[in-house]
Ligand binder design. Structure first.
Ligand code: IPE
Ligand code: MG
Length: 232
């Protein structure tokens, strides 16, 4: 969800106002995703690198997170949304980690939609942790080095049990993944939207989905192999 700061600056507003408008947009986009029949949405809310921002912005973001959780909780429950988190939330302040853990627990059995919030998340940090877990199991003698395959790695990622992303949308005109789901994105289609996140509305989502629908996903095969007419 990139571009909140620039959206605000372009309007002569404080950066935190951009984050607030971005948070409102997220609620709209969650609704739109459910209406589109999408099963899982992962949003990059706070990266492991975002701690480098001014303290005022970091604490403003956490306060906003706590507010959005409280203000929209009933609506999420009503829509049967499960909340999950990836990233190291032990480092987050208690006032946001507490409610987050409560909602994760209370929404565990919800099945209509999964909202995954990446908080203090970094793909490289995730991969390092998985490597450490594998090394620990190998050292303990419970895992043979030759038995390490993709499923062993995948099971130790924070996204274990979640589907790989089919589509990744990066807003604000930037063309990079910025340490987001690096392994899981291996076959993701990537759409770059030029608008800042607070301007990414339902119509923008529809445009991104239309772009996604046009892509031919070959997963290493030839076009002939994956075309429906040619399928066995
Ligand atoms: C939101 O946009 C991303 C968050 C960390 C919440 P930015 O804050 O990165 O906005 P820009 O890139 O400065 O415009
Ligand atoms: Mg940014």
């Amino acid at each position: 969800m990139d571009g909140n700061g620039r959206w605000a600056a372009a309007k002569g507003l404080p950066r935190l106002e951009g984050h607030r408008r971005g948070a409102e947009r997220l609620i709209e986009i969650i609704d739109a995703c459910i209406d589109e029949g999408i099963g899982t949405l992962t949003v990059f809310a706070f990266s492991a690198e975002n701690w480098k921002r001014p303290l005022e912005e970091v604490s403003g973001l956490f306060k906003l997170g706590e507010w959005i959780l409280r203000a929209h909780l009933a609506r999420l429950e009503k829509r049967n949304v499960r909340l999950r988190v990836i990233g190291d939330i032990t480092a987050l302040p208690d006032f946001v980690r507490g409610p987050l853990e409560d909602v994760m627990a209370s929404s565990k059995a919800n099945t209509a939609f999964t909202l995954v919030v990446a908080l203090n998340y970094g793909a490289r940090q995730e991969i390092v942790a998985a490597a450490q877990a594998i090394a620990t199991d190998v050292a303990a003698g419970t895992l043979a080095p030759a038995a390490v395959d993709w499923s062993v790695v995948e099971a130790r990622l924070q996204t274990a049990g979640m589907p790989d992303p089919d589509l990744i949308i990066r807003t604000s005109g930037e063309f990079r993944l910025s340490n987001f789901l690096l392994l899981q994105s291996a076959y993701a289609e990537i759409v770059f939207a030029s608008v800042f996140w607070p301007d990414f509305d339902k119509a923008q989502l529809k445009l991104a989905l239309a772009e996604f629908a046009k892509r031919e996903r070959r997963f290493g095969q030839t076009g002939e192999q994956v075309q429906p007419a040619a399928a066995p």
